[in-house]
Design a protein around this ligand. Structure first.
Ligand code: ADE
Ligand code: ZN
Length: 331
């Protein structure tokens, strides 16, 4: 069995995937056409040629423009279902998806249009394909605290469909502390919390996410390695990091996959997991993230197995569900 077959066979959970980041250009054109929206690119090839990013902000500008094509509940269903079919093909057995309601409500869409489309696809994923899922609502950190409070209020009628709140978008200059109060309110309402931190931002933002936002996981977290005390804390508490190798390469967080710090992270006993972030933009879904990383760093099957087992352990599944997946004979 070669390494690709091994990665394919083992059960995997994905914990860091923005559903808007799985929007493939082909589907974007299809949905734009039926919604009678003009996109500024003429062809799928032209769109893909534009996917060259110097940093996070370059990517976000294109990503928010792409999401503007989504208008109807069915659009959100189709987007989510397309991702679920990819997940099924790669033996992703459980997925925890981010969605960015403000990207859509700021364009005049109703919160319920977004969540109902996504949720209906996730119910079908469970029923038809046996894939379990959780939904995480992200606040856009470049927007105000007040806007985040408003979004939190809009989400409350749909509380049973959302496990956690998160924080994404432009990181530098938008520290977690800005959202301390809205995260406190979200926790009071029963949501778990996660946050993007240490992707482009400093280790200080990871401290803030832990201490002020009381997060269960750190999304990305690469820059923790610049702070020994922080690494010690993350290891002691086994706080999961949802690392995204192809995203890191595309957004120049790392220069080359051969320089990716995942081996150092494993060596320090950090609870790291592999994820795709925005697979339609970064050149690969979960399997490609494992495979390209494994090839670049000569990962062993034991290391790959550990990463996949970490993904189950770091998920928001129940202890019973985790134990069931972890006893799988493919590991
Ligand atoms: N939104 C989608 N992908 C993101 C990323 N990698 N960092 C911050 N915000 C995002
Ligand atoms: Zn992300």
């Amino acid at each position: 069995m070669n390494i690709e077959q091994y990665i394919q066979r083992i059960p995997k959970a994905e914990l860091h995937i923005h559903i808007e980041g799985s929007f493939e250009p082909e589907l974007m054109f299809q949905i734009a056409k039926r919604n009678q929206i003009d996109i500024k690119y003429k062809s799928v090839e032209e769109v893909k040629a534009a996917y060259k990013f110097g940093n996070l902000q370059d990517f976000l500008d294109i990503y928010y423009a792409g999401a503007g094509v989504l208008q109807k509940e069915q659009d959100f269903y189709d987007l989510t279902w397309a991702y679920i079919e990819r997940a099924k093909a790669e033996n992703v057995v459980h997925t925890e998806l981010f969605f960015d309601p403000q990207t859509h409500t700021n364009r005049g869409l109703a919160f319920e249009t977004v969540i109902n489309g996504i949720d209906r696809a996730l119910c079908d994923a469970k029923e038809k394909l046996g894939i379990s899922s959780k939904l995480i609502m992200c606040f856009l950190r470049h927007l105000s605290e007040e806007a985040a409070f408003e979004t939190l209020a809009q989400s409350l009628p749909f509380k049973n469909k959302i496990i956690a709140v998160g924080l994404d978008s432009s990181e530098l200059g938008f520290p977690p502390e800005k959202f301390e109060r809205v995260f406190a309110k979200a926790r009071q309402e029963g949501f778990l919390t996660v946050a993007h931190a240490g992707e482009e931002g400093p280790a200080q933002y990871i401290w803030q996410a832990l201490d002020l936002l009381k997060v269960s996981r750190i999304d990305h977290g690469n820059n923790c390695l610049t702070d020994k005390k922080l690494v010690k804390r993350l290891v002691e508490e086994q706080i999961p990091l949802t690392v995204c190798p192809l995203s890191n390469l595309s957004l120049r967080v790392v220069k080359d996959l051969k320089l990716h710090p995942i081996k150092q992270m494993l060596a320090k006993n950090l609870m790291v997991t592999i994820n795709s972030d925005d697979p339609a933009y970064f050149g690969g879904y979960l399997l490609q993230n494992y495979l390209q990383l494994a090839k670049a760093l000569n990962l062993t099957t034991d290391e790959i197995s550990l990463l996949a087992q970490n993904s189950i352990k770091a998920s928001f599944l129940s202890s019973h569900e985790k134990a069931q997946w972890l006893s799988n004979s493919e590991f």
